[in-house]
Design a protein around this ligand. Structure first.
Ligand SMILES: Nc1ncnc2c1ncn2[C@@H]1O[C@H](COP(=O)(O)OP(=O)(O)O)[C@@H](O)[C@H]1O
Ligand SMILES: [Mg+2]
Length: 351
């Protein structure tokens, strides 16, 4: 059964309350694996750093919806992991002052799992569906009329007695988040009138995120150290936050004077095995696998995943986007190839 989490948007706390406060809404554990995530996550749209164009367009959607006293059109957010999809999705019901329910694609195995969310949806409320590309086809088809006409058809009885009951729902908004917009079926994608793509962050925005979050954590970070952490976090706020938290631990134990300096940040990054480009152990292992097992490529995703004992999904979601973005690998019709820059980064002689 899906977990139910109905919360009143306008009752949500403002920033800066401890995440352990009993009235703070908690996302299901698989959405929010790090308790610090909740503490550092911007609560309102205006606190979201960067992604300026996306935020501006979302702001216009919200203001127009509020002005008309309307229900927000369904919104799809896509982009790599840790880039702010959940953050923006959760800020929206707060801005609109409406209820919010949270569901995750993989947890909705059958239409009956979706049913309570749909019937619980209040007028104008938000149903956030994370990893919406992982909804099974039957659940997706059940969702279509709910999104389009706010109506569902529930089959009852069987054989000669089979019929469907038509249930009218309150108009509501689906906010879907996905790391793979390309994996959504065309009819699913078409149900979203609003679609926004979130991309990797530039160094300035990441520095600002590190600085603001250090303040939230009551930790002092020199500007230079913030630059260093930002530079090595793969354009991804979640990674910047994690590095900041780990560096803070490191500073607490080894440098009790407290302030995070560049030297301390570098020590912590070395301990975390994060290199100059921000690659982590698994990222380098991925490149080394293509180089040593597949002679630099082309290598199929499945074959690489098999060699690394990881799932192809996790490679596509967690490892490849940044390597592609930094030009260390290329995707070709015949498979993945390490580029000359990839050879150079690992210190392998070019082919
Ligand atoms: N634009 C942003 N400004 C500030 N912090 C952000 C931003 N985007 C993400 N974060 C931080 O990164 C963490 C992960 O973001 P999240 O929204 O959960 O990513 P996603 O849902 O895309 O995987 C959040 O808890 C938040 O602290
Ligand atoms: Mg998320």
């Amino acid at each position: 059964m899906p977990r139910e989490s109905v919360i009143r948007g306008d009752e949500l706390p403002e920033d800066d309350r401890p995440p352990s406060a009993p009235d703070v809404p908690r996302a299901p554990a698989d959405l929010d694996d790090d308790s610090h995530d909740a503490a550092l996550r911007p609560q309102r749209l205006e606190q979201v750093i960067g992604q300026r164009k996306v935020v501006e367009r979302v702001r216009i959607m919200l203001d127009a919806t509020l002005k008309r006293g309307d229900v927000l059109g369904h919104l799809l957010l896509d982009g790599p992991p840790g880039i702010g999809k959940t953050t923006i999705a959760m800020a929206i019901p707060r801005e609109l002052g409406v209820d919010c329910q949270i569901a995750a694609g993989p947890a909705l195995a059958a239409p009956k799992d979706l049913l309570p969310y749909l019937t619980n949806a209040t007028h104008g409320s938000v149903l956030f569906i994370d990893e919406i590309h992982r909804l099974p086809a039957a659940v997706e088809e059940f969702l279509y009329p709910a999104m389009e006409d706010f109506r569902i058809d529930i089959p009852v009885g069987d054989g000669l007695n089979a019929r469907t009951i038509n249930v009218q729902l309150k108009p509501f908004t689906v906010i879907g988040a996905t790391t793979r917009a390309g994996m959504l079926t065309a009819p699913m994608r078409d149900r979203f009138v609003n679609r926004e793509h979130l991309d990797f962050y530039g160094p300035d925005d990441l520095q600002e995120i590190v600085r603001r979050n250090a303040k939230k954590l009551r930790t002092s970070v020199t500007d230079e150290a913030a630059v260093e952490i930002a530079r090595r976090s793969q354009g991804t706020p979640r990674k910047a936050n994690n590095i900041l938290l780990r560096t803070r631990d490191f500073a607490t134990l080894r440098h009790p004077e407290g302030q995070i300096t560049t030297a301390i940040a570098r020590e912590a990054l070395a301990m975390l095995e994060i290199d100059g480009l921000g690659l982590e152990h698994q990222d380098r292992r991925y490149l080394e696998t293509i180089l040593s097992v597949f002679a630099g490529g082309p290598a199929g995703l499945q074959a690489i995943a098999h060699s690394m004992s990881l799932s192809p999904d996790s490679l596509e979601d967690d490892i490849e986007p940044f390597l592609l973005r930094s030009g260390l690998i290329q995707r070709t019709p015949r498979g993945r190839v390490v580029t000359p820059a990839g050879y150079e980064h690992l210190g392998w002689p070019a082919r």
